[in-house]
Design a protein around this ligand. Structure first.
Ligand code: PHE
Length: 502
């Protein structure tokens, strides 16, 4: 029989009556473990080897476990101190026993929470007793710790469970494969196995010289286990942002961009947000300390916005009748929404005067001083958009969302009437979470009010929205916590395994 070199080496290293692990075989055969593994599977396929798999558990001590293996478990130290203090005769002040034990910090709590559980005595109203017949020599957890520290194995699973839940050991599972020769393998060896020169890779030289005709090629075993290699890939949040951009461009929208840190004028005042609105207080915004303000606001627009705030627009409208301070409007903060960009564009400030019909969007970061929880971060991506045209209605707005979300497989969005100081009517959007079935808020929208549009110099209708990219992602992929995809707690498996959709 002729076999490639590595297979011959493995056959020679294997034995018919002694199981050996692949690592042992590799070492004997002088092969790299992955080469030996490949050869072993080939030989198994050919019926020359039997491969047996079992799962091995390895147990290692954590740093804290090692500390207790060297010294002693805190509850044993407490027991010994309690004995010294005479707590086996009569209840003793707990402070005294703890003082004598020399335990400090979190170890006191550890000692107290394990003391009674393990029968060392009782702890009641500040007094401790020591059970006279308890014997730390027979403490299963302590013996297991010292056995593990000495490199011995421990079979008592209850004790191991306990040590694991106390964070004193770590358990890891690994698959061990062991190999023996089959009868066919033995026969082959007895009849003699020769090394065949095989070629693993076709080279340009072999092709040009025609040598490829004479060589024997190594066969690939595509079913063999291989080492997992995780390539880099675009984060799903970025992937989805790019898809959203493609979809919106496909729907006829152009992209806006602009500053992350902007004057309150663009973030709030243009939006008819009263200067004493609760969202404009310092604890809700991230202010900048350098620079603190923008000097070059367009004077005529500032004046029109100021008038709208004071007096309102037209006969049916009323202003806020509260002071409007230009200095306050100049202050810089991180934008809490990208509607600041919509204001810069609609006013003509960004790319000049716009003639209807026009559609614009952005998919950009916004910053909010929220409390962190599974659905809120201090920053997220907002899908901002607006359509400027004559005679728009709420039906156009709803239809646009239906068309947009349908591209992501979401066909059951719901609308709820809402209030924004800058839109009337306003709607919040909701979608069904695919895992929990809960309705989650995915965006906010409406038709801009005359108090917003007229100062900007826009004399047709504008429907607009801000949608949360992360919430869209939750509906698409079904994860429940934004922190699964963002930041240090993120779920790497989810990020690696999630399908790439383009
Ligand atoms: N700015 C709003 C938000 O952040 C979204 C929105 C934009 C609503 C435009 C209406 C019009 O929630």
């Amino acid at each position: 029989m002729r076999l490639p070199e590595s297979r011959v080496a493995v056959l020679e290293a294997a034995s018919a009556n002694e199981e050996q692990t692949i690592e042992e075989i590799a070492e004997k055969a002088g092969l790299k473990p992955e080469t030996a593994t490949g050869a072993v599977f080939e030989l198994e396929d050919e019926g020359l080897l039997i491969v047996e798999e079992r799962t091995d558990e390895s147990v290692s001590l954590t740093e804290e476990g090692e500390e207790y293996a060297e010294g002693n478990l805190p509850e044993i130290r407490l027991y010994e101190a309690a004995l010294d203090a005479g707590a086996d005769e009569e209840p003793t002040q707990m402070g005294k026993a703890i003082g004598q034990s020399g335990l400090g910090g979190s170890q006191v709590n550890i000692a107290l929470s394990n003391y009674a559980r393990k029968g060392y005595g009782s702890i009641e109203s500040g007094e401790i007793t020591a059970a006279p017949d308890a014997d730390p020599e027979f403490d299963a957890e302590a013996s297991a710790l010292s056995a593990l520290a000495a490199g011995e194995s421990v079979d008592d699973t209850d004790t191991l469970d306990q040590l694991e839940s106390r964070g004193l050991i770590e358990r890891a599972e690994s698959t061990v494969r062991s190999v023996t020769l089959t009868e066919a393998g033995v026969t082959a060896m007895m009849e003699g196995v020769e090394t065949a020169e095989t070629v693993g890779q076709l080279t340009p030289e072999m092709l040009t010289t025609g040598q490829w005709r004479d060589v024997e090629f190594a066969e690939y075993n595509v079913a063999a286990d291989a080492e997992r290699i995780d390539g880099g890939k675009v984060h799903i949040l970025r992937q989805t942002a790019n898809r959203v951009k493609d979809v919106l461009v496909g729907m006829g929208f152009e992209e806006m961009d602009g500053p992350h840190a902007d004057a309150d004028f663009w973030i709030n005042d243009c939006l008819f947000m009263p200067q004493d609105h609760p969202a404009r207080t310092h604890w809700d915004r991230f202010a900048l300390s350098n620079p603190t303000e923008i000097r070059d606001l367009p004077d005529d627009l500032v004046e029109r916005v100021r008038r709208a705030h004071l007096e309102g627009i037209g006969v049916d409208s009323d202003g806020y009748h509260s002071p409007w301070d230009e200095e306050f409007a100049r202050a810089i903060a991180l934008r809490g929404h990208t509607t600041s960009l919509s204001m810069r564009y609609l006013s003509g400030h960004a790319v000049g005067e716009l003639e209807p019909p026009k559609r614009f969007f952005s998919v950009e970061k916004v910053y909010r001083n929220d409390t962190l929880d599974p659905t809120h971060l201090l920053e997220f991506f907002q899908i901002e958009g607006w359509v400027m045209a004559d005679d728009l209605s709420v039906r156009d707005l709803m239809g646009t969302f239906e068309e947009f979300y349908e591209q992501f497989g979401i066909t059951d969005i719901q609308f709820k009437p809402h209030y924004n100081p800058y839109t009337e009517p306003s709607f919040e959007l909701f979608g069904n979470h695919p895992e929990t079935g809960e309705l989650i808020e995915i965006g906010n929208s409406g038709m801009f009010r005359p108090e917003v549009l007229e100062p900007l110099g826009v004399d047709c209708d504008v429907m607009a929205w801000g949608l949360a990219l992360e919430r869209l992602l939750m509906l698409m992929y079904g994860f429940e916590d934004i922190r699964d995809v963002h930041g240090t707690l993120c779920d790497l498996e989810l990020l690696r395994d999630v399908e790439v959709i383009h």
